[in-house]
Design a protein around this ligand. Sequence first.
Ligand code: CA
Length: 438
Amino acid sequence: MSRVWLVLVALAVVTPVSAAEKPNIVVIVGDDMGYADVGFHGCKDIPTPNLDALAKAGTRFTSGYVSGPYCSPTRAGLLTGRYQTRFGHEFNGAGADVGLPLTEKTLADRLKAAGYATGWVGKWHLGNADKFHPQKRGFDEAFGFLGGAHPYFPGKGEPILRGTKDANETEYLTDAFGREAVAFVDKHKAKPFFLYLAFNAVHTPMHATDERLKKFADIKDNTRRTYAAMMWAMDEAIGKLVAKLKAEKLDKSTLIVFFSDNGGPTMQGTTINGSVNAPLRGSKRTTLEGGVRVPFVMSWPGQIPAGATFDAPVIQLDVLPTALSAVGVEVKADWKLDGVNLIPHVTGGAKGVPHDALFWRFGQQTAVRKGDWKLVRYDATADGGKGTTAARLYNLASDIGEKTDLSAKEPDKVKELQVAWDEWNKGNVAPLWGGGKK
Ligand code: CA
């Protein structure tokens, strides 16, 4: 046996799992995107070539959901793998004691414990107080802002932080987040890393660069034009990150997930940004499909199918167990996760569907999706009414736009779904703080 082989054998003994077998994890979150507003959902006026390429390189989820119709609850669910109503993070909120409860461990905590370099770039929205800072929630490195929204041009709003200090950022914010994401990859390319890149694009305020606005001069509506330019900026930033991974030959060893934190805000009283949720009905802040069904893709070349679609319902709660499974961390029962590992489902190895049912609670608004059926109580201001309506039943297979209420025709189905929701709700707690805007 040659000396080289002896060395290799020795390495194999001391390092049972090689770096190549431990993929990098990149979770990219868009903010307030409309379901219709990506090329891979057929959008015509706003090109998203880099997001489309990501979808083509991986699997696109046609029934991809988030557990909250608002920014902060969705992020709480994402980073814990648990319905945020399990631990009282039901609403957005403000104040020193409002933040992802310290009882909860994050995906960053879990991956850091597995030896990963962990970094957050972008919008946090899981608490402004020191105790909630990303670097106290498992992230080694932090770059971004702690609140729920931010002006895009430098010099206004809360500080853009590097760690806990003002970074004195000088770039358009989406460009800055793209730059920092690339720099994080560059810094940690030799070892497995986890990057959580949470854009505030395309959330209000509506700010875009002149150069990008010019590109969309054909769009007459000013808000829609600005939204398009902001989306283009985010798509460019994602393109730069993916190009960096390819340049470092890390593309095949990186699991990338992308989704929007909630649906497009289209109704009065929300952060209206010119987004479109068609063919879905409803808006951010509702439990209708328009509030919680979002563009959702996952890519891991060679490991999950490319150019594929997956139609059974999945949810952002699945990101944590999927990522942990990919890196070989065993999920413990006492973590009480609600998400499941999606990899055996997308590769066809698993029987059945990832979830028997998915559930939502957002104050008086509720929903349950079981198979093609959905029972929903939604904010009736979404369709010109007042308050929260009675439960409506829709069959999403034939009625994705939730137009025809079948509750009177299908009382047994209403009962079945209500029983399932009631059972699920027993595992929830009262909200720790009240509802808020944004
Ligand atoms: Ca949002």
